[in-house]
Design a protein around this ligand. Structure first.
Ligand code: NAD
Length: 253
């Protein structure tokens, strides 16, 4: 029996990178998973490989109706919801603070922060009704932990995700619903390498003490622990998964 036998999870951004790796790991551990993503082609490919334990729904995580439908699908298809992994993300607004467009700023916060609010809102409703707890996992970033690790909108949004994880952990503790953030460092995904794999490899070698690159599966391992019973007493926490970048005090940006 796998570590997540009987568990139903929603994973946003589950069509690629660390979300896809988490969907694969969760299903290998006997969970049933709803992958919610904007990328229909990649999402459908993922569930075709994962078989009857997985469903795909096209979802824009910044749109309330889409997130509500995603949570409803988990309950309709698999009967319940135990784990909400709010993971989808983008790099977002980029450039000098004096030039950033307000719409770009707001869109960045829509995908990175409103998404976590909405995922928490709809998942917690179901979990409270079920009455037997749950685990909400939010992908933040080392960029949200200090000023030197990412562009302004992205970093501020990820700091908001860390704080939202803490405040909702307090609010939902009485229902045995745990809320935690994962703070990845440099993880080799399409978002990180943006098609230039050689440049990304070089960046990792230069900035990261750990000799091998971080993979989506490294985040999936942390998410598996936060999803399962071994982390029963862990809530309101941020788990840093970064190959010792934070320990080194390295500036990434
Ligand atoms: P990725 O690009 O491989 O995967 C992100 C997924 O999110 C994609 O499938 C994409 O289609 C989906 N997505 C984007 N916008 C969406 C939206 N509005 N609605 C639904 N789905 C949407 O990237 P990844 O590296 O796996 O990123 C996952 C999370 O990890 C993100 O929140 C990202 O900010 C965070 N993160 C990544 C790194 C890194 O080094 N890769 C580091 C720290 C944090």
């Amino acid at each position: 029996m796998g570590q997540l036998d009987g568990t139903v999870a929603v994973i946003t951004g589950g069509a690629s990178g660390m979300g896809l790796a988490s969907a694969q790991r969760f299903v290998a551990e006997d969970a049933r998973v709803v992958i919610a993503d904007l990328n229909v082609e990649a999402g459908e490919r993922a569930v075709a490989e994962l078989g009857s334990a997985a469903r795909f729904i096209r979802c824009d995580v910044s749109v309330e109706a889409d997130v509500a439908s995603t949570v409803s699908l988990a309950v309709e298809a698999f009967g319940r919801l135990d784990v909400m992994f709010n993971n989808a993300g983008i790099g977002g607004a980029f450039g000098p603070i004096t030039e950033i467009d307000v719409d770009d700023w707001d869109a960045t916060f829509g995908v990175l922060v409103r998404s976590v609010f909405l995922g928490t809102k709809y998942a917690a409703r179901v979990m409270i009704e079920q009455g037997d707890g749950g685990s909400i996992i939010n992908t933040a970033s080392v960029a949200g932990q200090s000023g030197g690790n990412g562009p302004q909108a992205y970093s501020a949004a990820k700091a908001a995700v860390i704080n939202l994880s803490q405040t909702t952990a307090l609010e939902l503790a009485a229902h045995h619903i745990r809320v935690n953030a994962i703070c990845p460092g440099l993880i080799f995904t399409p978002l990180m390498h943006a098609g230039d794999e050689a440049h990304a490899e070089g960046l990792m070698r230069e900035l990261q003490p750990w000799p091998e690159r971080g993979e989506g599966s490294d985040i999936a391992g942390a998410a598996l622990w936060l999803a399962g019973p071994d982390s029963r007493f862990v809530s309101g926490e941020s788990i840093t998964v970064d190959g010792a970048i934070t320990a080194a005090g390295t500036r990434l940006f």
